[in-house]
Design a protein around this ligand. Sequence first.
Ligand code: MLT
Length: 302
Amino acid sequence: MYKIKTLNNISASGLSRLPSERYEIVDELEQADAVLVRSADMHPIELPKSVIAVGRAGAGTNNIPVAKLSKQGVVVFNAPGANANAVKELVLASMLISARNLHDALSFVSGLTADHMEETIEAQKKRFVGNELSGRTLGVVGLGAIGVRVANAARALGMRVIGFDPHMTVEGAWALSSDVIKASGLNELFASSDFISFHVPLLEGTRGLFNTAALSVVKSGVTLMNFSRDGIIDPEALKQGLNDGRIGRYVSDFPKADLIKHPRVIALPHLGASTHEAEENCAVMVADQVRDYLENGNIANS
Ligand code: MLT
């Protein structure tokens, strides 16, 4: 019997890929051959020698000490692309919410009482006048599975889209709508975008990718959307830009205690991949990979 320890709630569809005649979900890490994890931070965890594989039911692996585990001979699998549609849809929603001031409008409506409701609405609705997305420019930083989908969907909304990715794959290039403009560098993208969406993994080279130098070239009032990782945006540049209005709005999936009440910030509780479909896709993809490795020694992705 192969023994699997789950460190987070892993979708039942994924677990069903590990047939009960050969697999057992165990309570103790010490008993496990493999670990399935979603967002739990594995850095402080010492894995027992019995564990030979870790499956991350998501795209990012920054909650896992990959280099350390690789040295120990543990293979780490992830699920690139499996939640890309979910993230794309939330990016589009966040652009619409931001452009039409929907978050403020909804909280205004929820505070109304029956007294003079119509008069209050008539008197106040001017506050929520927004902008259309059509004709505005979206900059997409990172054209992997998510970035390509975001870029193509924004084109369908009539936006001008400019993208940048020095490591674009052949598949990505084929999938990208041909009318997405390729920026020659990040500064060109930052300088010409009304909205900027980040879709890069958090690595040493991408930490603080949006920094004070980037802030100095953006269009005043730009909307930044971060559904990637918190560390991509330098916190000092963010605060400066929010306080002086160069960043008109920051939509983030990574709430920060000192910014959640800032009038220019819309924060979500890390919901990018939180759809039933994405959770199933990710869990199925990593369960299949871990099973193939445990049973056949195959490494399909790591
Ligand atoms: C990812 O890296 O794909 C997401 O963070 C997944 C998640 O929300 O667990």
